[in-house]
Design a protein around this ligand. Structure first.
Ligand code: GRF
Length: 198
């Protein structure tokens, strides 16, 4: 069986990356081929290396906002790894339309809200401020518009009285770790039927 090759892009601790990597075993149709970060100090790189996965880092800061130049460097480890699928997992750089178009139809992202609600940052605080009773996370295919592509999975939770942005983030993260692996397994099998949790 030829496994699909998956590259995972991270910026921080990498808990979603770990849940993806730990799920790609046994009869799973995919295997990780690279964990790539825009921060060489990202905690997730050490976790990936400890699991025997090739890692690389391309620091965005020296490019001083020149996204095309940053992405030209970011492409080098990707071209070496030759992924079939790219998973953005807590990758906090906004990618240009040019970069996205190279991987159109094979790049996924996890976002901590029930898209299309609360695209962008601070999703948990905004959901509480808006008086929402439900919240959650979404996995979508990446397109040029931020947090906008076809939805491939969602997990819903109730917002309880007394929930803070922090307590909500912690609850949603638990479901992120279940949703993303479930979507990736289906997607790597060529199945785009949305995963709906719980
Ligand atoms: C997650 O909540 C993810 O949805 C968001 O950033 C957080 C990253 O967590 N984009 P981790 O780095 O995967 O632990």
């Amino acid at each position: 069986m030829t496994h699909k090759r998956v590259a995972i892009l991270i910026s921080g601790g990498g808990s979603n990356m770990v849940s993806l990597v730990d799920s790609m075993v046994g009869d799973h149709p995919a295997r990780p081929c690279l964990v790539l970060s825009n921060d060489a100090e990202a905690g997730g790189l050490k976790k990936a290396a400890a699991r025997g996965i090739p890692t690389a880092a391309v620091d965005h800061r020296p490019f001083k906002g020149d996204r095309a130049a940053f992405e030209a460097e970011l492409l080098k480890p990707l071209e070496q790894a030759q992924p079939d699928i790219i998973c953005l997992a807590g990758f906090m750089r906004v990618l240009t339309g040019d970069f996205v178009s190279r991987f159109q139809g094979r790049m996924l992202n996890i976002h901590p809200s029930l898209l299309p609600k609360f695209k962008g940052l601070n999703t948990h605080a905004r959901a509480i401020e808006a008086g929402e009773t439900e919240h959650g996370c979404s996995v979508h295919e990446v397109t040029a518009a931020l947090d906008d592509g076809p939805i491939l999975g969602q997990a819903r939770i109730r917002i309880e009285a007394g929930d803070s942005a922090e307590s909500l983030a912690a609850k949603v993260l638990i479901w992120e770790h279940k949703l993303y692996p479930a979507v990736l397994r289906r997607y790597a099998n060529g199945d785009r039927t949305p995963v709906l949790l719980p």
